[in-house]
Design a protein around this ligand. Sequence first.
Ligand code: CO8
Length: 250
Amino acid sequence: MTYLKVEREEEIVQITINRQDKLNAMNLDVMNEFISLLDDLEKDSSKVIIITGDGPKAFSAGADIEYMSSIGPAEAEKYALCGHEVLNRIEKLEKPVIAAVNGYALGGGCELALSCDIRFASPNAQLGQPEVTLGICPGWGGTQRLLRIIGPARAKDLIFSGRKILAEEAFSMGLINKIFPSESLLAETRAYAKAISKNSSFAIGISKMLVNRGTDTNLDTGLKLEIYSWAVCFSTKDREERMRKFIAKK
Ligand code: CO8
């Protein structure tokens, strides 16, 4: 891979977008590398995924403006579809994905973070959807995921103004789960990833699906889905062993 640095430590995979000279802006090559990496991650035994950006300045400054400046609607559709494929697959991955937002997360960069399950950030992180300043609307799920995470009024404020917000304000909106000092952001993210990797992958995967589905379904359907999913957990050896160990300890 040219633009994605992939490091595996035990069952944790850290993906670093590695295009520092362009503030980790995601061109088609970056997105295609994500697609082939996701082919592996969907099948392999990794338990938690971390996504971050190379260098001290940016998680990702978004889609590649240089590329977008010269394309028409047909290429724009392809670019959007490619981005949606990546972000949808991250969202549906049956394992937790954590964004470690270490600087600018703008436009597509913010949308990439929105597709992750959990977002940690350094105090200098700046998030935003500045697309309207470039004459486009958010195109990698921003209008839909931001709305669901922070509500319509706040989403419209960020999208209409295109303003960048610091981690503290993002935290107060529920856009960021937790802020860590810049120098320990990755270590803290890895420690968190390691802690959750000890829990049942099956139970976490099914919980992720239930919460995701719950966002777009009515309460009754969501609760029914939970009952059946809960019952399925009783078919795993993992559940048997974890409960047996608990009883044995007593
Ligand atoms: N695309 C391409 N290159 C970029 C991008 C980008 N998004 N952002 C920064 N760069 C490049 C700069 O051109 C510069 O390159 P060079 O050194 O070769 O001139 C280098 O990165 C460093 O950037 P700056 O010199 O601008 O650094 P500053 O510290 O002065 O400013 C900012 C940092 C404020 C982050 C500034 O770079 C900036 O505003 N960048 C653009 C941010 C932005 O508007 N992002 C949204 C893009 S639109 C989008 O993401 C749409 C997503 C949906 C797409 C749907 C598909 C159709």
